[in-house]
Write a protein of this length. Structure first.
Length: 212
């Protein structure tokens, strides 16, 4: 009986070490090697300082940034969730109308028929970092003009065409398809906005001290 107990204990310890330590560690190391950054949450780092994760949306309350999807939790990264009511209730419809008006106010001369539904509907998690590619392209003219205006306000001259080219190249670099062949295209808004921050810093428009 004692021999059987010892054998069972040894097997249990071996399984614990394999499943609890060896396999998770090996998986994390392989993941980090194949896709650097993923294993630690794909952290956003600027000048060596961590500012969040590319997987979790944050509020960017300036016109020279692309806007993430609306968040019912105000981008509170300690929780996640959406509106706790049916999409057909008055509260939901009023919220959709409010989100649509805000998008139209920020992006002038955009036809309502071209605005993707995702950008006026709260994401399920409230922290979705992705928006449709078409939405990013609608926002690009506003962002480009705002960057030029912001630069001018701090006595830095930036030309609209190079700024627009930078934005479109950045959008294209993060473009992904959510399903092969038939899927729709989306972009990671966190990646694009971080690239804008770096662009502004490199052109002496934004100081690193303002990020603290």
């Amino acid at each position: 009986m004692l021999r059987i107990f010892r054998g069972s204990l040894v097997i249990a310890v071996i399984i614990f070490v394999l499943l609890g330590l060896v396999i998770p560690t090996a998986t994390a190391l392989i993941t980090e090697k194949v896709d650097p950054g993923t294993g630690n949450g794909n952290q956003i780092k600027i000048n060596g300082k961590v500012f969040g994760s590319y997987y979790l949306a944050q509020a960017f309350n300036r016109s020279y940034f692309f806007q993430p999807r609306p968040s019912a939790i105000d981008f509170n990264q300690s929780s996640s969730g959406a509106l706790c009511c049916s999409p057909n209730t008055n509260a939901s419809l009023l919220q959709l109308e409010k989100n649509l008006q805000e998008f139209e106010q920020m992006n002038k001369n955009v036809s309502v028929s071209k605005i993707p539904g995702e950008v006026i509907m709260d994401s399920d998690s409230g922290l979705d970092p992705n928006i449709p590619l078409s939405a990013a392209l609608l926002e690009e003219p506003r962002v480009a003009n705002s960057i030029v205006s912001f630069a001018s306000s701090v006595n830095v001259t930036l030309k609209l065409k190079p700024v627009s080219s930078f934005l479109n190249n950045t959008i294209n670099s993060t473009e992904r398809q959510n399903f092969p062949i038939f899927g729709s295209y989306y972009v990671n808004i966190m990646y694009i906005d971080v690239q804008i921050i770096i662009f502004l810093m490199n052109n002496n428009v934004l100081q690193s001290s303002s990020l603290n």
